[in-house]
Design a protein around this ligand. Structure first.
Ligand code: GUN
Length: 281
């Protein structure tokens, strides 16, 4: 029996708890605020920001959008970030990625005040994450952990395989799993025997960025599978990094795409923003 993990409904529950917390904060005069910086016209980024803004509206986070042209210079983007760092109404700053080629992404992320870094991607927050110190943590990895927790499967001692080593997802997710005492394998484009690594995984995190890449018969029977991928196929349908049809026949628990990780990433962004507002008001 396979259970499809309902990320949409878990995220709804979290959003309603956050909305309650925000009304209590507002009663004390704290109005959480989040600014999105959207550079250029990337259609996927436009949709992500629109969805994140709608979630802010739903829970009562004041939100602002700074749109900049794809041709913006590093200097002008830095000036925008620095102004927001100083703005007391803004508790969180989110620079939507990817950024255009002329911009050094790591430099921009490092310019955001670590206290307002609701994406958890500033080097200080990443360092804190590695050292298990309190700090803002990346959203998708937090969502992945909450989805695993929702299954009731304990992570300690399990073989966890993270396929993908990005700064946003793979690497921080591997750290969080390690902190929960999983035995963690991180796979990437240079990994040899990828199928063997995946076959040994009690917990599989697919964050490769290739549509339907992981096939059901690679997956250990009874595994927990969290699919971080999101792709639009030529027929307009959305799919993940796993071949859902075959993967769901092997996994005990699996997230759907859409409706799995995506809504949880947004819920964790709201959580981080409330945390930042509470810490810095
Ligand atoms: N682009 C895709 N995912 C993300 C994310 O989680 N944060 C930011 N800032 N950009 C993204």
């Amino acid at each position: 029996m396979t259970t499809i993990i309902d990320g949409k409904s878990l995220a709804e529950k979290i959003r309603s708890q956050i909305a309650q917390e925000i009304s209590q904060l507002k009663a004390k005069g704290v109005y959480p605020g989040l600014t999105f910086i959207l550079v250029g016209e990337n259609p996927a980024s436009q949709i992500y920001v629109k969805n994140k803004k709608a979630a802010c509206d739903e829970v009562g986070i004041e939100n602002f959008l700074e749109k900049l042209p794809a041709t913006v210079s590093e200097k002008n983007l830095l000036a925008k970030i620095e102004a927001l760092n100083k703005n007391p109404k803004v508790h969180g700053i989110l620079v939507q990625l990817p950024l255009p080629k002329q911009i050094d992404t790591k430099k921009m992320l490092a310019a955001i005040s670590p206290k307002k870094d609701v994406d958890g991607l500033h080097p200080e927050n990443m360092g804190k994450l590695a050292l298990k110190l309190p700090g803002l943590k990346p959203c998708t990895p937090q969502g992945v952990i909450a989805l695993i927790e929702s299954t009731g499967v304990s992570v300690a001692g399990k073989n966890a395989c993270v396929v993908g080593r990005s700064d946003i997802v793979g690497l921080p997710t591997a750290l969080l799993l390690l902190h929960q005492n999983a035995t963690v394998t991180i796979c990437h484009s240079r990994t040899k025997d990828l199928k063997e690594k995946i076959a040994a995984a009690d917990i599989l995190i697919a964050a490769i960025g290739k549509e339907k890449f992981i096939q059901g018969d690679w997956i250990k029977k009874g595994a927990v599978v969290i699919d971080v991928g999101i792709h639009r196929l030529a027929n307009g349908k959305i799919c993940g990094d796993c071949d859902f049809e075959t993967a769901s026949q092997r996994a005990a628990f699996i997230t759907p795409v859409p409706g799995g990780v995506g809504p949880m990433t947004i819920a964790m962004l709201l959580k981080n923003t409330v945390h930042a507002a509470k810490e810095n008001s």
